[in-house]
Write a protein that binds this ligand. Sequence first.
Ligand SMILES: *Cc1c(COP(=O)(O)O)cnc(C)c1O
Length: 465
Amino acid sequence: MGNNIIRDMKKQMEEKDIYEYAKECAFSYMDNVGEREVYPKKDDLELLKRFEEALPTEGCKDTEILKMLHDYGSSNTVAQTGGRYFGFVNGGALPISLATRWLTDVWDQNAVLHIASPITSKLEEICEKWIVELLGLPEGTAAGFVSGSSNAALCALAAARNTLLNRAGWDISKQGLFGAPEIKVVLSQDAHATIIKALSLLGIGYNQIVKVESDSQGRLMIDKLPSLDEKTILILQAGNVNTGAYDDFDTLCDIAQKEGAWIHIDGAFGLWAAASDNTKHLTKGISKADSWSVDAHKTLNVPYDCGIVLCKHRDKIIAAMQARGEYILYGSKRDGMLYTSDMSRRARAVELWAAIKYLGREGIQCLVNNLHENAVYFAKQLRKVGFQVLNDVVFNQVLVNYKDEQTTKNILKQVQDSRICWCGETKWHETYAIRLSVCSWVTTKDDIDKSVSSFVDAISNIANE
Ligand SMILES: *Cc1c(COP(=O)(O)O)cnc(C)c1O
């Protein structure tokens, strides 16, 4: 049996039928995704039960596996690569990046060290330079290619924590965290949940964080800023997850720099505003920070999972992410694992490189502007039909409500049930709201019109109930 399976797999590699079949399923999905319901239907969700089976003793025919996935799996995805998914800041998938990913999946490279994959090491090096230039960050800034902004923030904040403790004469890699001098973390009350999580993984608890009041848009209020010093990490935000708002980096960074604090900017989706002339004013002053976290899988529309940690102080992030082992042979060329918390990683920089090479500066500007313009249009159309827009639509986020909380909830339920588009809910500073994230390159004005129609239908359905 064991030998047969090896023989069969060799045959699969030679004949390639299984790959052809996967391609067929993928193309059928692609052709359908713009038309289908954006969220799985109840009947489809029932089909997920088909996956509930006992651990198989004998294997299964390869095509049957793909067929099962296509039949019961494809319809149970959210149609994120269609044009009308506005729930969470997810983003679609650029064709060039998806195609590149297919190729690199065949390569199956490990981005760990230069000797493990020269091509990946080279493209990480190129991506690092390009992204630093695109976002207008200080020359020589180091980049690590990670699974997403959560991990990017973790790596950056580890570098920050270790550096500040070092300044206080404490070497965390030798002495550990217990008994270490206290460091202060200052952030806005609207900081993203993943930042709090990263801090807690780094031994900094919720009660140790100084939360600063933010204004109606979620921008940290400068006059509420506590005193900062060389043992403070100040965490700012480029793109609030609800409103899309940006902190006043220019002013805040000047204050923090003067006191010697470490500044980190969480720019998971919003940092890309720096890449467009139309939106770059939002990010004025970001280059004064020490570290940044950003996703390629959100605004840039690279497929999941693709995030980037950026650190002005190359030696500090390397010191924080260092691993030792007799068999780890660091070379003179770029060794990717030095910049991330992982050791083995997939070659995600390759599809990022492909995205930037395909789009160029101009294409990226176009992509960013398009998301912004579509969000502004969405807000305008919803306002026209009676919704209240709760935020300044500075980037891609739109928060709306209709009359009161209950009516808004009822409308959202109807909209979700209609499956013409999908969006979620939030509480914005005590006010219940429908939250729309315009983040796919595929979305057109027509998609927004169709979505707005489903909101209008929901209002009239409720009126008739
Ligand atoms: C999405 C998001 C994160 C977390 O990024 P992941 O890629 O999901 O890990 C952090 N901050 C903000 C503002 C986000 O929107």
